[in-house]
Ligand binder design. Structure first.
Ligand SMILES: Cc1cc2nc3c(=O)[nH]c(=O)nc-3n(C[C@H](O)[C@H](O)[C@H](O)COP(=O)(O)OP(=O)(O)OC[C@H]3O[C@@H](n4cnc5c(N)ncnc54)[C@H](O)[C@@H]3O)c2cc1C
Length: 234
């Protein structure tokens, strides 16, 4: 088993130097998954991972034997816009979360601004498509910036008037950054990635999911390799 709590590796999925995913700690590895599965017939062992173990991981993934993938953890610190966080927090099983409290602290002036605005997809009511050149990007940026300035200005004004933080935050938009620790096990992480690194997911959320996958993959290389290969074969 490996336990790691080294200096966090950090990725910036939105490219704005604010939105980030840091690997905070991890426990477990591919061998622990194999041992959890083999304990059912007394076959767990301390030997290095071998090709039979790798085949077993593929077998477990293929046949949805999920519980051996739960004896580990990966903790990320995630700094993301509230609209991304609202999607992440829907993942209830095998996921632990603690988030900054806007009741305790004055929220920082950190706003996500899309580098490019997208259009509503014509066929899928949830999805977006890239601008085909017909969107007034400049006007969209201006409106976004004004809305943010007004909202954050109102928040600061309310605080100056003496309004409590827990009420004043009510005027802030979904583009405000929030930060949380998220702890997954590899089973819950793969389920999250299945749904959130998917073409049906929101682009920004997808970027965060990919960053988590990039940080987790070296910790469970065989599991990720076999999971990817099974995904491609479906
Ligand atoms: C592209 C996309 C669009 C979405 N759009 C919307 C939307 O418009 N509105 C909206 O509200 N949500 C939406 N969601 C959220 C979605 O419905 C799920 O809540 C979210 O993806 C979490 O998935 P999950 O329930 O499988 O994960 P988890 O909550 O982590 O659950 C994992 C698994 O445990 C089992 N499970 C968990 N809870 C229960 C339970 N109560 N009963 C039985 N089995 C359970 C299920 O097998 C589930 O797959 C969307 C998700 C995606 C990916």
């Amino acid at each position: 088993m490996t336990v790691s709590t080294s200096t966090p590796a950090t990725l910036y999925p939105l490219g704005d130097g604010i939105g980030s995913v840091s690997l905070v700690q991890s426990v477990g590895d591919d061998k622990m998954i194999v041992n959890a599965a083999r304990v059912s017939f007394g076959g767990d062992n301390g030997a290095p991972l071998n090709s039979r173990d790798e085949k077993l991981i593929r077998y477990l993934l293929t046949h949805h034997h999920g519980s051996p993938f739960e004896h580990n953890l990966i903790t990320f610190k995630v700094v993301c816009p509230i609209f991304v966080d609202r999607q992440a927090v829907r993942h209830r099983v095998g996921v632990s979360k603690n988030e900054v409290s806007g009741r305790y602290v004055e929220l920082q002036e950190r706003n996500f601004t899309p580098p490019a605005f997208r259009k509503q997809a014509p066929s899928n009511r949830q999805a977006s498509v890239e601008d085909d050149g017909t969107l007034d990007q400049e006007a969209a940026s201006r409106i976004w910036a004004e809305a943010w300035r007004n909202a954050f200005g109102a928040y600061q004004e309310l605080l100056r008037l003496g309004v409590t933080r827990e009420q004043a935050r009510g005027v802030l938009p979904l583009s405000l950054y929030t930060e949380s620790y998220y702890t997954f096990n590899i089973r819950s992480l793969l389920h999250f990635l299945e749904l959130r690194d998917h073409e049906g997911a929101q682009y920004e959320t997808r970027l965060f999911a990919r960053a988590m996958a990039e940080l987790a993959e070296p910790l469970f290389p065989v599991t990720f390799r076999e999971w990817m290969s099974l995904k491609k074969s479906h």
